[in-house]
Design a protein around this ligand. Structure first.
Ligand SMILES: [Zn+2]
Length: 215
């Protein structure tokens, strides 16, 4: 079972829909069990959850095909002081909210407890001659190594490249960038060399090595 509107859920959860799109999507959510199920699945992060107003959604709790993730509703108890209809509905909304929260907490628990990817290796260096400093985060990938650089004090208005050397004496270009960036910019790069085979990273401008970063 699928729905072509489901693709809008991510944008909806991130608050990226404009008001008209947002209300149209909320109208659709009332009638579409597929999208509601997906909403519950995609809202695991508390930050995202905080942006979902369950009351706003007006999620019907008497859905003929309830999402398995939602908590089952207890039979409505007779109300003595207030009319049963609105409070039962209110209870349904609260329970729907609790269901979303439970799913979110389980998802967060899974994220926290799941074995993490290998932590990035952080290397730093400062060159006393050029005054340039660099930090590199090396992230092991199936295809090699993902690189994230920050470079300080590089001369402005230059084209800069990263040359990655491996322990076998080979070299690859890990990336090119312009030096007119904020000092804390994180510059992406990549190499086919595995993390443990990287001998050094040279930050190069005009064939001059500004700084070499080594493990
Ligand atoms: Zn839908």
């Amino acid at each position: 079972m699928s729905c072509t509107h489901t693709v809008a859920l991510g944008a909806y959860l991130l608050g990226a829909l404009d008001p008209a799109e947002r209300s149209a999507f909320e109208v659709h959510l009332r009638t579409c069990a597929v999208c509601r199920r997906e909403l519950v699945r995609l809202a695991p992060l508390p930050g995202l959850l905080a942006q979902v107003d369950v009351d706003d959604l007006d999620v019907p709790f008497d859905d003929p095909a309830p999402a398995p993730e939602l908590l089952p509703l207890p039979p409505p108890r007779p109300e003595t002081t207030r009319s049963a209809e609105p409070s039962a509905r209110r209870r349904g909304l609260v329970l729907a909210g609790v269901g979303v929260l439970v799913v979110a907490l389980v998802a967060v628990g899974v994220l926290v407890l799941a074995p993490r990817d290998r932590d990035p290796v952080r290397l730093s260096a400062a060159d006393s001659g050029t005054g340039v400093t660099a930090t590199a985060d090396l992230v092991a990938k199936e295809w090699g190594t993902e690189l994230w650089l920050t470079v300080q004090n590089a001369p402005k208005g230059k084209r800069c490249k990263l040359v990655v050397h491996d322990r076998a004496g080979r070299a690859e270009i890990g990336g090119w960038w312009g030096t007119d960036h904020p000092e804390d910019a994180r510059i992406p790069g990549s190499t086919s060399f595995p993390v443990d085979q990287i001998e050094r990273l040279d930050v190069v401008v005009d064939m001059q090595v500004l700084v070499s970063v080594r493990p």
